[in-house]
Design a protein around this ligand. Structure first.
Ligand code: APR
Length: 314
């Protein structure tokens, strides 16, 4: 029937039709992963962007149905809900102010998401990522495997980009692992980063690897400095990859923010670790060998997030 979602087609909802949300929505439609619903609080924005994107369909040859809304009815029974709604840090705002503002937004969004899609997988993007993912998990009441945060894909994509620039080699041949929080405390792992299967430690000097790791850690900041707002193409692409892993049940082994229950010596915290992502969400948390130095970095990263969830009352 006209206006009714095609039977068998997946539904992906994106809450927050801002820069990252809209980029993710467009890539998801282009990849024909399913129908896409965008929700925002600014009336006209999600509807206008959905119509604009739909009109790219005949040019790009995709049939995804795109809908924009300021309510959640259209999101009902989504297979995946991506949450990007949030506020950027404004002048004079402390980190804690931002934490509390975004915690309120994420709580109200998560409640609506659960009400309309009780069986969905939630993919979080709002910053501070690992803290907001914990918060969304708590508010949703979902099993932890159905709430996952986007962190490591973007961070390792930045690492891969810089390695590609360094070696002048295809990004296709580069796989990278970046663990830890999505912030200054992230932990790039050169030992687990390869070009055509060859660890980069055999291809790039230690000094250059350190410099590239630092640039990766500061990857978000470097873009903000140039653009004056946060980057969104790579973050949007990373979200689309997560949606793809879930709706196609690809079981990708990728770094994401996942709820740990003792793995890596960390308990009851969301932080970036290698996971297997499929139709059930986080299907497995993969534990890899870390040196004591790498483990220390991960624990330092965890300590800042422990403090962060404390600020919002956990
Ligand atoms: N419900 C739905 N949408 C909301 C809500 C809400 N309660 N509150 C804010 N929004 C929307 C805004 O109207 C805006 O369109 O979220 C969108 C955020 O988009 P941008 O400001 O463009 O931010 P973006 O660069 O996309 O980043 C998204 O990621 O980096 C984090 O914390 C940052 O919150 C930001 C998020």
């Amino acid at each position: 029937k006209y206006g009714v979602r095609h039977v068998g087609r997946k539904k992906i909802s994106v809450i927050g039709a801002g820069n990252v949300g809209a980029t993710a929505a467009f890539l998801i439609a282009q990849k024909q992963l399913g129908d896409v619903v965008m929700v925002d609080i600014v009336d006209g924005v999600p509807q206008g962007k959905a119509l604009d994107m739909a009109q790219a369909g005949p040019v790009e040859m995709f049939d995804a149905k795109l809908t924009g809304s300021i309510g959640y009815e259209e999101t009902a029974d989504s297979d995946v809900v991506i949450i990007t709604s949030g506020s950027p840090r404004k002048p004079g705002m402390t980190r804690e102010d931002l934490l509390n503002t975004n915690a309120q937004i994420v709580a109200s969004v998560a409640e609506n998401v659960v009400k309309h899609s009780p069986n969905t997988v939630i993919v979080m993007l709002t910053n501070p990522l690992d803290i907001m993912t914990y918060h969304a998990w708590k508010v949703s009441g979902f099993p932890a495997e159905r709430v996952v945060g986007q962190a490591g894909i973007l961070d390792s994509a930045r690492f891969r980009t810089f390695i590609s620039m360094e070696l002048d080699v295809s990004v296709e041949d580069i796989t990278a692992m970046v663990m830890g929080g999505h912030g200054d405390t992230m932990v790039p792992l050169p030992r687990y980063t390869t070009v055509g299967g060859i660890p980069i430690t055999q291809l790039i000097s230690t000094q250059r690897i350190d410099e590239i790791s630092d640039r990766t850690r500061n990857g978000g900041g470097e873009i903000v400095e140039l653009l004056k707002v946060s980057g969104y193409y790579a973050a949007g692409a990373s979200l689309a990859q997560m949606a793809e892993a879930i709706v196609l049940d690809k079981k990708r082994l990728i770094p994401c923010s996942a709820h740990l229950t003792g793995q890596y010596g960390i308990d009851n915290l969301y932080i970036g670790v290698p996971i297997i992502l499929g139709a059930d969400g986080i299907e497995k948390i993969v534990e890899i060998d870390l040196s004591s130095e790498e483990l220390d970095s991960l624990h330092r990263s965890a300590a800042t997030y422990r403090e962060g969830i404390g600020v919002i009352g956990y």
